[in-house]
Design a protein around this ligand. Structure first.
Ligand SMILES: Nc1ncnc2c1ncn2[C@@H]1O[C@H](COP(=O)(O)OP(=O)(O)OP(=O)(O)O)[C@@H](O)[C@H]1O
Ligand SMILES: [Mg+2]
Length: 353
């Protein structure tokens, strides 16, 4: 089984936050087209709305925008909305696609006035390209180097004003000079359950799937705060409802379907639960070292650390301490187990030593 969150393929986890081939095809159809349709992220939406309205009133080009946040929270979607709201064309590229400064120069010099340049994974751009981008963002100008060695000359090239929209899952990796050149930074948060329910109802409508409110709530609760996962789970539940029932997604159908797909009531999948179960049953809740824990579940260290743990930590089920991994009282409760030396449900103060 391939648990790698970043690796696209048929064996990808159902709760992976990155997009696989099927997602990419369907995501285009499910993307909200304007700010009004975009669910949640109230602060970012409100602020961005002001930025764009002001730019439109001035008849100018919007300031550069940086969008940061975990995979699947809507960065690409929002970049397309920015272009749509500005009535501007959008050019899409990514940090890894820009190997040389020359690649970037070619893109920049072909932009039209007001165009939106979407630079995904901007933290993965090469250093020389990054430096060229500084000048382009600030002065709408690049220096194109012609020739090599002592005879090389820099030919300045004027650019039309454009809006750079950068997206990153790792805002902390951006060099400060780059971060400072964005006029607006929007940090995307994980979505609340009611917001995800709205995403699910909207997608169900577009996919022509019948769903009851409790059915949407059941899926939302298992979607890890991420619209991409909510949409993916909705599609799998739709399959189940169609094959095993009359197509209508009720709470019971959603719960049964997601149990079949091994996504539990809190959004944990088989790997997440295996890690937690080993921690509780074999090591009494810890502390236990990462390597030991990984061997116990028969996985690589990296898989446990990078694929399972971030969500478990976020959910408050597992803590990383200097002495090793420790389960929280919520972990015992979630798996329906009683911590050693305790009886009954009173589990507070578990870690007082
Ligand atoms: N606020 C939202 N409202 C409705 N649907 C959303 C929202 N945000 C994201 N989605 C849905 O989730 C899917 C994934 O969003 P998107 O591709 O924009 O995420 P991303 O942040 O760019 O992810 P990555 O970091 O992997 O590139 C989209 O197809 C869209 O349908
Ligand atoms: Mg994206």
């Amino acid at each position: 089984m391939n648990w790698d969150d970043t690796d696209a393929g048929a064996e990808q986890r159902l709760v992976a936050s990155s997009a696989d081939g099927e997602d990419q095809a369907i995501e285009a159809a499910l993307r909200p087209k304007d700010l009004g349709e975009f669910v949640g992220q109230e602060r970012v939406r409100e602020q961005l709305d002001l930025v764009l309205k002001a730019a439109r009133q001035r008849g100018g080009t919007a300031d550069h925008v940086l969008l940061s946040g975990a995979p699947g929270l809507g960065k690409t979607t929002l970049s397309m909305i920015i272009a749509a709201e500005m009535g501007a064309p959008i050019r899409i590229t990514s940090g890894p696609a820009i190997q040389h400064a020359g690649d970037l120069a070619a893109i920049l010099s072909s932009l039209t006035e007001g165009e939106v340049l979407f630079l995904d994974e901007i933290h993965r751009m090469s250093r020389p390209a990054e430096e060229m981008l500084y000048m382009a963002m600030e002065d709408f100008r690049v220096d194109v180097i012609v020739g090599k060695g002592p005879g090389a000359t820099a030919i300045p090239l004027e650019l039309p004003p454009f809006t750079l929209v950068g997206a990153t899952t790792r805002a902390g990796l951006l060099p400060p000079p780059l971060r400072d050149r964005f006029g607006f930074t929007g940090h995307m948060e994980f979505y609340t359950a009611p917001e995800l329910e709205r995403v699910i109802h909207r997608s169900a409508r577009l996919l022509d799937v019948e769903i009851e409110a409790p059915g949407a709530a059941e899926i939302a609760g298992r979607s890890r705060g991420t619209p991409r996962i909510a949409n993916r789970l909705l599609r799998r539940v739709r399959d189940y409802a169609q094959v095993k029932a009359d197509g209508m997604i009720t709470a019971e159908i959603a719960a049964r379907a997601l149990d079949v797909y091994d996504v539990d009531g809190r959004g944990l999948d088989r790997l997440d639960r295996a890690v937690l179960t080993a921690l509780l049953k074999l090591f009494g809740g810890g502390p236990v070292g990462l390597s030991t824990l990984a061997v116990a579940v028969g996985e690589e260290r990296e898989t446990v650390e990078e694929v399972a743990e971030p969500f478990l930590v976020r959910e408050g089920l597992l803590a990383r301490t200097p002495r090793g991994r420790v389960a929280t009282p919520a972990a015992w409760e979630h798996l329906g187990l009683t911590p050693p030396g305790r009886t009954g449900a009173a589990q507070t103060g578990l870690f007082e030593s």
